[in-house]
Design a protein around this ligand. Structure first.
Ligand code: CUA
Length: 337
C-alpha cells in the first residue's frame, strides 16, 4: 500500500536527480528546524510555566554568544542553500552546443510544437533519448508555463518574448506535459505528452511526419512578407544581406556591435530600429504579432539561422522555393532537405 504512494514523479532527465537532492536537502533542513522549534516550544511552555498567580519572571539582559550562534548557524545554512541552487541554476542555464532546437508556441489552450525539419505536433513533443534538446518558447496570447514534472524543468512562455529551456531525457517513455500558469477557462485541459524514444524510433517518427522543413517554410514566409524586397540577394539591396550571420558579431550604426543570436533576429523583426546595422538607414517597418504570427516568426528565425551563402532569394524570385512542388506545397520527391 505504502509503496504505491509516490512522493515524487519519476526521474527522467539528467537534471532530475540533482534537483531532487537539493530539494530533499532544503526540506530536510526545514523539517529539522521546525521539529526542534516545536519541541523546545512545548518543553519551555511546561518547564517555565507560571506556577503562582503573582509570580514574576527574572529580568534577562540577553546573551551575545547566544545571539551570534543563532544568527550565524542559520546564515551558514541559507548560504549553502543559495550556493547550491545558484550553481545548479547556472550550470543548467545554457544548453550544450549540440542540443537540437525545437520551437514551442503556447496558446489558449494548446501547445504547438515545430521541429527543425518541419514536423509539427500539438500537445505532443517527440524527443530522442540521451540527446540535449533546447526549446524556444513563446506564446500567442497570455502567459503559459511549460512544465515536465519528470524532467524537473519549467519555463514560462510569454507573449512577445522568446524564452529557452533545455533538458536531456534519460529514459524512453511517455511523460506529462503541463501548463502551470493559470491561463483562462481551459487551463486545466492544456496538457499533453512528451514522448521520449530511442534514436531509431525517434528517427522513424521524424520520417513518418516529414513535411516542409521549418527553414524552408521560413524562406517562403520571407518571400510572402516581402522581406526579400530589401533583404534580397541583389547588389542594390536597401537592407543588409542576411546570410552567414548567425553567431557572428556585427557592427551597428551607433558604433557599437552586437552578437547575432536569436534575440537579435527577433528584436530586429519586432522592433527593427532598436539596433540598426552599420551602413544602413532605419527604414524597416516593425512586424507586429498580428502581422507575423509567433509561429511564423519562429519559421523565419529558423530560415535566418540556417541561411548560408546563396540561400537568400533575390528580389525577382516570387514563386515558392525550388524544392517545393507549387501544386501540392509538399517537397518534391527526394528533395526533402
Ligand atoms: Cu496555458 Cu495554463
Amino acid at each position: 500500500m505504502l509503496a504505491q504512494i509516490r512522493l515524487f514523479p519519476e526521474q527522467a532527465s539528467t537534471i532530475a536527480a540533482e534537483i531532487d537532492n537539493l530539494y530533499s536537502f532544503i526540506v530536510g533542513i526545514t523539517v529539522a528546524i521546525s521539529a526542534v522549534t516545536a519541541v523546545l516550544l512545548i518543553y519551555f511552555a511546561i518547564r517555565y510555566r507560571r506556577r503562582r498567580v503573582d509570580e514574576v519572571g527574572p529580568v534577562i539582559h540577553g546573551s551575545m554568544a547566544l545571539e551570534l550562534v543563532w544568527t550565524g548557524i542559520p546564515l551558514l545554512i541559507v548560504l549553502v542553500m543559495f550556493g547550491w541552487s545558484a550553481s545548479l541554476f547556472f550550470g543548467y542555464a545554457i544548453a550544450p552546443a549540440d542540443a537540437i532546437d525545437i520551437y514551442v508556441t503556447g496558446r489558449q489552450w494548446m501547445w504547438k510544437v515545430q521541429h527543425p525539419d518541419g514536423q509539427r505536433e500539438i500537445n505532443e513533443l517527440h524527443v530522442p533519448v540521451n540527446q540535449p534538446v533546447r526549446l524556444l518558447l513563446t506564446s500567442e496570447d497570455v502567459i503559459h508555463s511549460f512544465f515536465v514534472p519528470e524532467f524537473r524543468v519549467k519555463q514560462d512562455a510569454l507573449p512577445g518574448r522568446y524564452t529557452t529551456l533545455w533538458f536531456q531525457a534519460t529514459k524512453p517513455g511517455v511523460y506529462h506535459l503541463l501548463c502551470t500558469e493559470y491561463c483562462g477557462t481551459d487551463h486545466s485541459l492544456m496538457v499533453g505528452k512528451v514522448i521520449v524514444g530511442d534514436a531509431a524510433s525517434h528517427q522513424q517518427w521524424l520520417s513518418s511526419k516529414a513535411d516542409l522543413s521549418l527553414a524552408l517554410r521560413g524562406r517562403q514566409l520571407f518571400l510572402k512578407f516581402q522581406c526579400v524586397s530589401c533583404h534580397g540577394a541583389d547588389a542594390d539591396a536597401r537592407g543588409p544581406r542576411l546570410e552567414n550571420l548567425y553567431r557572428t558579431r556585427r557592427p551597428l550604426a551607433d558604433g557599437s556591435s552586437v552578437n547575432v543570436d536569436e534575440s537579435y533576429y527577433i528584436e530586429s523583426i519586432r522592433n527593427p530600429r532598436a539596433k540598426v546595422a552599420a551602413g544602413y538607414q532605419p527604414i524597416m517597418p516593425p512586424f507586429t504579432d498580428d502581422q507575423m504570427k509567433p509561429d511564423e516568426l519562429l519559421a523565419v528565425l529558423a530560415f535566418l539561422k540556417s541561411a548560408k551563402s546563396g540561400d537568400i532569394p533575390s528580389r525577382n524570385e516570387q514563386a515558392s522555393p525550388p524544392a517545393v512542388d507549387p501544386s501540392t506545397g509538399k517537397p518534391k520527391e527526394g528533395e526533402n532537405k
